[in-house]
Design a binder for this molecule. Structure first.
Ligand SMILES: C[S@@+](CC[C@H](N)C(=O)[O-])C[C@H]1O[C@@H](n2cnc3c(N)ncnc32)[C@H](O)[C@@H]1O
Ligand SMILES: [Zn+2]
Length: 269
């Protein structure tokens, strides 16, 4: 990790920033070591990824995070099943994220459940010639997923600043990101209002929060194909959690993507 990464972060225990002196070893770039917040809380860094998961996972949570860890190396292959079942090309669909980001100028973007980094890979495919204007940050609770995300970025030759942490207590400064993105997990999260509040906290004023997850459009629900999809996987019956959009959020928009099988919510601050 480097100074740019450190500047984005806040201590997940006390909320204080990390001063530049927070890097305990290797001020230019820290691969293995620790960082310390202004109040003195110390957090490990391994393979360039700070471990800012706080509070620690419950035994119950640990079980399903272990499942994500196990799934991580085969995750991209496994989700290809959606291409057939939903009649989409997931990689192409992910590229449409490029339409949400500002078309020019510097963009600081956070993917809060970065998974294997497939969204950033798609962004890189679209913007490879100007990828340097994107400062990409990714967070995940699964270290297995983070490892896959790191591999992808190294293979693609672009930089992603990865952090181990939870969407329920984002270890990032408030008002920091131009775009905060989440795809694929929120329907099953234990505290959806808190997840949305945390995304809202870290996005800049006038920045955009993007939330995408399984959930058929009203029109698709009525079709035979829609009925079959919901029967095969009940997650697709989910509705966009509009009642939990944080108070004060502006320009709330809902649309349906991936052949109308996923909802996409946009809002700004
Ligand atoms: C279905 S995957 C989606 C991954 C990726 N966003 C994508 O579009 O392929 C859900 C992801 O959410 C992560 N996740 C689950 N609980 C989380 C939490 N509390 N905080 C952050 N990430 C979490 C999982 O580890 C997993 O990587
Ligand atoms: Zn602290």
């Amino acid at each position: 990790m480097d100074a740019v990464h450190l500047k984005a972060l806040r201590c997940p225990e006390c909320g204080k920033d990390f001063s530049p002196q927070g890097v305990l070893t290797g001020p230019e770039s820290l691969e293995e070591g620790a960082i310390v917040c202004q109040k003195g809380h110390v957090w490990k860094v391994a393979s360039g990824i700070p471990d800012l998961l706080h509070p620690a996972l419950t035994a119950e949570d640990e079980k399903w995070v272990a499942e994500y860890d196990e799934m991580a190396p085969n995750y991209d292959e496994a989700v290809k099943v959606y291409d057939q079942v939903l009649g989409i090309d997931l990689v192409e669909e992910r590229k449409s994220i490029a339409q949400i980001v500002p078309l020019e100028g510097p963009v600081v973007i956070l993917d809060v459940s970065v998974g294997t980094g497939a969204n950033f890979d798609a962004l890189h495919m679209v913007y490879h010639k100007e990828i340097d204007r994107f400062q990409m940050h990714g967070l995940d609770v699964s270290t297995g997923m983070l490892a896959e995300s790191m591999k992808k970025a190294v293979r693609g030759g672009y930089r992603v600043r990865l952090t181990h942490g939870s969407i329920f207590n984002l270890p990032y400064r408030k008002n920091f990101f131009d775009v905060v993105l989440h795809s694929g997990g929120i329907n099953t999260f234990s505290d959806i209002p808190l997840a949305l509040r945390e995304m809202y906290r870290v996005v800049k004023s006038r920045g955009t929060v993007v939330v995408i997850d399984e959930g058929l459009s009203p029109a698709m629900r009525k079709t035979e194909q829609g009925q079959a999809i919901m029967k095969a996987n009940s997650l697709f019956s989910a509705r966009p959690p509009l009642e939990h959009i944080p108070e004060g959020a502006r320009d709330v928009e809902v649309s349906y993507v991936m052949n109308e099988t996923f909802y996409q919510i946009l809002f700004s601050k």
